[in-house]
Design a protein around this ligand. Structure first.
Ligand code: ATP
Length: 370
């Protein structure tokens, strides 16, 4: 096992495309770090540089106590799991899993023991004689995992390993990967474009956009304190409501965010935590409110300065959740799991006050981004 320290990492492809720009990450020994971002943000390139499959243009990568910039992939002692599984079609499952161990010329009985042990953990024991073509997608994915695990590498590098599986299997395998990683405690870097996967798997999540790291932190920290608008919009499903607003100071000295004809008082606590917000008085800001942080203002008894009023224009029942859509000054706002709001929305004259957060605290949980 090993920590992975990335410093000033950059990649410029031969055609001049800059895929990764000045990436710095300090991945702890045994940590599960997820690199996430939209297609083309450079996450695969970054992972391939760690694996040694892509030349580094700038910066350094250290694995354990060794700088590996010029160490070939096979000598880095990391195991990569690809989206495509990359199994050998002509070899049976036993030989696919054993492949790396045979290359290392381990004794036969040790290979036998390690392959059977890993196959047991992954519930592949009865398929060892089959060829990859005779397995389901989920089983193939487990073989790819098995091949990585059996090598007992210092780190796992996984590139969208679940993206070829259907939704149900993906959730099952996600849990299995989480368990295996926790049990083995092997440093893992996992690439995905799926924020749910990132948030559920990662000890920490690193969000990238156009080659640049936007924020890295534990999932809850990204959720509660997104560093910028991109992270705020990327993390969470349904996404955070982002409303164009301006920051005002009233005659009473209170700070308010104005959204069209309505205004919400900023709680003192928020200004205390983010004193720099005061610098933006009179300027444009974005008010971010998570769908679950809005409630029916009447029911929770919210005061005027803590509410936005709107007429619901759409209700989506999604089984366990109900999403209610409101237009607020041309911006759509979505709230979640508020059955009272959903009921109101069914009435012809439904005018519903939304509380931007519970009770009379104003947008306490709302996030003001400048
Ligand atoms: P995806 O989720 O779609 O796989 P990604 O975030 O993993 O995307 P990369 O594959 O790392 O992104 O690509 C980052 C950028 O580098 C993209 O703009 C891509 O077009 C570009 N790129 C990737 N490989 C090459 C290459 N061999 N030559 C030139 N540009 C490349």
């Amino acid at each position: 096992m090993a920590e992975i320290v990335i410093d000033g990492l950059g990649k410029v492809y031969a055609d001049g495309t800059r895929a990764v720009d000045d990436l710095a990450l300090d991945i702890q020994d045994g940590e599960f770090l997820v690199l996430v971002g939209p297609s083309g943000c450079g996450k695969t390139t970054a992972l391939r540089m760690i694996a040694g499959l892509e030349q580094i243009s700038e910066g350094t990568i250290r694995i354990g106590d060794r700088t590996v910039n010029s160490v070939p992939a096979r000598d880095r002692d990391v195991a990569m799991v690809f989206q495509s599984y990359a199994l050998y079609p002509h070899l049976n499952i036993f030989e696919n899993i054993a492949f790396g161990l045979r290359l290392r010329k381990l004794p036969k009985d040790e290979i036998e023991r390690r392959v059977r042990e890993v196959a047991g953990v992954l519930e592949l024991g009865e398929h060892l004689h089959r060829k990859p073509g005779q397995l389901s997608g989920g089983q193939r994915q487990r073989v790819a995992m098995g091949r990585a695990i059996v090598r007992e590498p210092r780190a796992f590098l996984m590139d969208e390993p679940l993206s070829n599986l259907d939704a149900k299997l993906r959730v099952q395998m996600r849990a299995q990967i989480a368990r295996i990683q926790r049990d083995l405690g092997v440093t893992t870097v996992y690439v995905t474009h799926d924020q749910t996967e990132a948030m559920t798997l990662g000890d920490r999540v690193a969000v990238m956009k156009r080659g640049v790291l936007q924020q890295v932190g534990p999932p809850q920290e990204l959720y509660d304190h997104p560093a910028n608008l991109f992270v705020a919009g990327f993390v969470g499903s349904p996404g955070m409501n982002l409303l164009g607003a301006s920051l005002e100071v009233g005659g009473d000295g209170r700070y308010r965010v104005r959204v069209g004809s309505q205004a919400l008082d900023l709680p003192d606590g928020l200004l205390h935590r983010r004193p720099a917000l005061r610098d933006h008085a009179g300027g444009k800001v974005v008010l971010g409110i998570r769908p679950e942080d809005m409630e029916d203002a009447e029911i929770v008894g919210a005061t005027e300065g803590a509410t936005l009023t709107s007429v619901a224009d759409l209700v989506e029942a999604m089984g366990s959740d109900v999403l209610v859509h409101f237009p607020v000054d041309a911006d759509p706002v979505v709230t979640e799991d508020t059955r009272e709001l959903a009921r109101d929305a069914g009435a012809d004259d439904a005018v519903t006050a939304l509380s931007a957060a519970a009770r009379d605290t104003g947008p306490e949980k709302g996030i003001v981004l400048v």
